[in-house]
Design a protein around this ligand. Structure first.
Ligand code: ARG
Length: 276
């Protein structure tokens, strides 16, 4: 994770970002997002998670969204590259962060993306632990050409799906594979072809469709640890769908990060993910 010390909405690279609102209410929003982030830290620790922290950088407000820092599996980190100039400064900073984690034995390999190929980390390359497959989103931020890079480095299957709705610009905003084999997702974010692929790979019985209002509070951007699901807010309908399947839902006050287009899943990056 990376503390929101320098978090702000000073530019707009997705439809949720409102620098004008931040200018008016920045002090309040800054304080609220910090306390919400602290609550997320406490919630994760309460679930037994051990945390590592990247050093925040002034001028890189979106560094707080560490899901975008890299794709990590089996001790290997593939450091992200970014579509927009506003985030491109994060790549060398995160490269140093991952090198330091490797020096401490928390990772075994750190790799860079090939020149000219964008992959915005785990935010656009979501791991499905049951099918042992990466779900890669392209068309908004990451390039489709990132799929073979991921496939070759990690030796895992990659399903690349086009993201067609600008509100759901990263795969993790609209698709969340769960440990029980289900997928929480928002069908409107995908093309007809993408929806067909999701149905084929997950099976109808495993589809949990997020109601649009929940998709718009970024509820799909959830952290799933075993039977626990940590998210910003869930409507009674969504909560019911998840608890019925045996999940415990933990609401955590990270909604203010929604003003930047992010939520719980974006705020973390799992370092100990394995394919086994
Ligand atoms: N403002 C950030 C951006 O537009 C938000 C990133 C949220 N991260 C995520 N994995 N969805 O890039």
């Amino acid at each position: 994770m990376c503390a929101p010390e320098h978090f702000e909405v000073s530019y707009a690279i997705n439809p949720w970002m409102r620098p004008d609102r931040w200018q008016q209410e920045g002090a309040l929003l800054g304080a609220r997002s910090s306390s919400g982030w602290e609550r997320l830290v406490a919630t994760l620790r309460g679930l037994g998670v051990e945390l590592e922290f990247a050093v925040p950088h002034a001028g890189l407000p979106d560094m707080v969204f560490t899901a975008n820092a890299a794709v990590v599996l089996d001790g290997k980190a593939l450091v992200a590259t970014f579509r927009h100039p506003q985030r491109q400064g994060e790549t060398p900073v995160f490269r140093r962060t991952f090198d330091a984690l490797k020096d401490r034995g928390l990772l075994t390999e750190v790799h860079d993306m090939p020149e000219g190929v964008v992959l915005e980390g785990a935010g656009d390359c979501v791991w499905d632990p049951v099918r042992r497959t990466f779900w890669l989103g392209y068309g908004q931020r990451s390039d489709k050409a990132a799929a073979p890079v991921v496939r070759d480095l990690f030796g895992m299957e990659v399903e690349a799906l086009e993201l067609v709705d600008p509100r759901f610009y990263h795969m993790d905003t609209c698709l969340c594979p769960l440990t029980g084999g289900e997928v929480l997702y928002f069908p409107g974010a995908f093309s007809a072809e993408g929806n067909a692929r999701i149905l084929e790979r997950f099976g109808a019985e495993n589809l949990i469709v997020a109601p649009e209002p929940d998709a718009c509070t970024l509820a799909v951007n959830a952290v799933n640890l075993g039977r626990d699901i940590v998210l910003a807010t869930a409507s009674p309908a969504l909560r019911g769908m998840l608890t019925e399947r045996g999940y415990r839902v933990h609401e955590t006050p990270v909604s203010d990060f929604g003003l930047s287009g992010g939520s719980a899943f974006c705020l973390i990056l799992k370092l100990d993910r394995t394919s086994k």
